[in-house]
Design a protein around this ligand. Structure first.
Ligand code: 6R9
Length: 659
């Protein structure tokens, strides 16, 4: 998050990239789309009433008396209302006679599979809720979940929600330290984990990290362990409990209490910076309303016939909102996949799409660019004609990656929804609607109905069309974070102090000549070159638009002449060779031709790998450390800490040969 935004000079972001391609929605999809253009009018005529209508998608045990209580910057939605999130996600579908519908087609990495119906899920969640109660977990207690991508992870989350305990999921790939600080901050009393999970064809252990983290943390009373891989685990008698020992013997009945709309549902720690992670708090009624609405609206979900797949980890907010709460609240059928996209082969994702007839797929640009790098022959081996809407989340999608996704995955047919949102916003905020919006490669287009965003300059004034600035949210929205766990001052300072009365997400954005929105990445990443603010995203997109480049990461390094200079790291497509001096020159000229001479990188380094977080975001701050020859900052949330060391050496070598 941008606690100390930098690189913001006098002027706002330069608007360098031009785009003229536009794709209308397919006629049949448009005709039958869940959301029609009148939704925007209805929401702007009466925003609160619009959200009340969306809240009625849920089952409330007691109706709300107040839609919104807004004491800036603290919001309460649907106060007086009571509901149970697990009942909304599971029981009510069974009660309505849809118990036989599959909730999850789960695919393990080694190829084992499970089909879990809503009736199965109800039994599992009730049993787990009973087990948590037996372990002494009460309403309001925090429960850490450090798990692989298996159905029990969803069950654990819903069991917490059912009894009113607050879940706090930590990425299975995070280090002992990352887990430990999160346990301390949330004061969790139970950790739910597994012996391990499968990644890249091998069992990868989880329990040892929990053992290390819990050793000096007596506040954790029990560790509940799912057996997944059958790996040997150390056992701490009295503290550790096997899931199958305690959960399987519980009754499949559980009387669920209705919780207040504002009862805490979960904490999710945001990653990415060196600062202490922030525990983002989400509550029940407003969150569930917006995730259910957006999942239905943005993916045009038809729950009777669609098969939805979010190919992301559950330890990321995208997994919480669009693997668990959104799809289940809507009674959807989803695919859940445990492993990596290249195991046992580079077409695994497309094999899964064909096998389950996936109709709606949602993934990150980093995955799409990886598939681009591998080549179109992999998706070409499978029948992807079931797909009808494709989504993107997590980073700006470069126009080139958008085109590749649309062409090679979407068969030139499917709309692409580029969805902008954050852990803090809880649900999608800015996106095209597949049945209405003419899609523009690289643009997130419009705020959803009921959400009011703007692009402003340094002084908080709206920028005109054709200009860049900072994205802000002008009105509270139902799924907004309710605060930072235990730290209201930091909440105010981080998100609400930049501009009076406006939520500041920390991202750069532009409004193009048509008034459509483009998200340009974190403002901390914006570069100030000879007095111009230039977004890393636009330079990266220009590089990726070159037919030999698969991925690019750009950072600003201090420069005696220009203030900052653009340094680019690129991954070439597999057919492009190693990239000699001619290639570097070609790429620099290519950027110059696309964006103007000001955006020509000072240096371009061809690399095999880029430093990324587990959710696929490029860690530009580490690249900046490399480009400025500094000690590397915190690397604990990197997927592969070695890759950045290798890159650092390569950069230093390249510097020598330049001189
Ligand atoms: C959902 C998620 C949030 C940050 C956000 C922004 C970037 C996400 C984006 C996007 C451009 C998109 N981001 N989606 N940037 N276009 N469609 O990713 O949450 O992990 O909290 O990250 O990700 O910079 O501020 P989170």
């Amino acid at each position: 998050m941008a606690e100390t935004p930098q690189g913001q000079g006098q002027e706002t972001l330069s608007n360098l990239l031009q785009e003229s391609r536009s794709f209308p929605p397919p006629a049949d999809l448009a005709a039958d789309a869940n959301v029609q253009a009148d939704a925007y009018d209805a929401a702007s005529a009466d925003r609160l009433r619009f959200w009340e209508e969306q809240a009625r998608r849920l089952q409330w045990e007691q109706p709300w008396s107040n839609v919104l209580e807004w004491n800036p910057p603290f919001a309460k939605w649907f106060t007086g209302g009571k509901l149970n999130a697990a009942v909304n996600c599971v029981d009510r579908h069974v009660d309505a006679g849809r118990g036989d519908r599959v909730a999850f087609y789960w695919e393990g990495e080694p190829g084992d599979t499970r089909a879990i119906t809503y009736a199965d899920l109800k039994d599992m969640v009730c049993q787990a809720a009973n087990a948590l109660t037996e372990l002494g977990v009460n309403k309001g207690d925090r429960v850490a979940v450090y798990m692989p991508m298996i159905p029990e992870t969803v069950v654990a989350m819903l069991a917490c929600a059912r009894i009113g305990a607050v879940h706090m999921v930590v990425f299975g790939g995070f280090s002992v330290d990352a887990l430990g600080t999160r346990l301390d901050d949330s004061e969790a009393k139970l950790v739910i984990t597994a012996d391990g999970g499968y990644r890249r064809g091998k069992p990868s252990s989880l329990k040892p990290a929990v053992d290390d983290a819990v050793r000096d943390r007596p506040a954790v009373e029990n560790v509940l362990v799912v057996r997944r891989t059958g790996q040997e685990v150390e056992w701490n008698e009295g503290r550790d409990v096997w899931w199958h020992d305690i959960v399987d013997r519980q009754p499949t009945e559980h009387d669920a209490e209705a919780h207040d709309a504002e009862h805490p549902l979960y904490i999710m720690y945001t990653s990415g910076t060196t600062a202490k992670p922030k525990g983002i708090l989400h509550t029940t009624g407003g969150y569930l309303t917006q995730v259910a609405y957006t999942h239905w609206a943005v993916f045009d979900l038809k729950p009777e016939s669609d098969v939805f797949w979010t190919a992301a980890d559950i330890g990321w907010v995208t997994g919480h909102s669009y693997i668990v709460y959104g799809p289940l609240a809507n009674g959807a059928t989803s695919v859940m996949y445990e492993g990596t996209p290249d195991t046992p082969h580079k077409a695994r994702f497309w094999e899964i799409v064909q096998k389950y007839g996936v109709t709606l797929a949602y993934m990150a640009p980093t995955a799409i660019r990886t598939f681009m790098k591998w080549g179109e022959e992999y998706p070409a081996q499978y029948d992807l004609s079931s797909l009808r809407v494709l989504g993107s989340v997590g980073e700006p999608i470069n126009p080139e990656a958008y085109m590749w996704y649309r062409t090679h995955i979407g068969g030139n047919r499917t709309p692409i929804v580029d969805t902008w949102w954050q852990t803090e916003t809880g649900a999608i905020m800015v996106t095209p609607m597949p049945g209405i919006t003419h899609g523009k490669p690289g643009a997130a287009m419009h705020p959803i109905p009921g959400v009011v965003v703007d692009v402003v300059d340094e002084s908080g004034e709206s920028v005109p069309n054709g200009h860049g600035g900072l994205i802000v949210v002008r009105e509270p929205w139902p799924a907004m974070l309710r605060g930072i766990w235990g730290d209201p001052e930091r909440y105010k300072k981080t998100y609400w102090s930049r501009f009076e009365g406006l939520y500041f997400p920390g991202d750069g954005a532009k409004r193009d000549e048509d008034g459509d929105l483009w998200l340009l990445g974190r403002v901390d990443d914006v570069m100030l070159v000879s007095g111009h603010n230039i977004s890393t995203t636009e330079v990266e997109s220009a590089l990726v638009a070159h037919n030999k480049v698969a991925e690019a990461a750009v950072t600003g390094a201090s420069d005696p002449v220009t203030g900052q200079a653009i340094v680019a790291f690129v991954i070439l497509r597999s057919e492009a060779g190693d990239g000699g001096a001619d290639m570097i020159k070609e790429l620099r000229d290519h950027v110059g031709a696309h964006l103007g001479p000001i955006a020509k990188p000072r240096q371009i380094l061809v690399v095999p790998e880029l430093p990324k977080t587990r959710s696929g975001k490029i860690m530009r701050r580490l690249l900046k450390d490399v480009a400025e020859n500094r000690e590397l900052g915190d690397v604990s949330t990197l997927t592969d800490a070695q890759s950045i060391e290798t890159l650092k050496e390569a950069f230093q070598e390249s510097g020598k040969s330049d001189e």
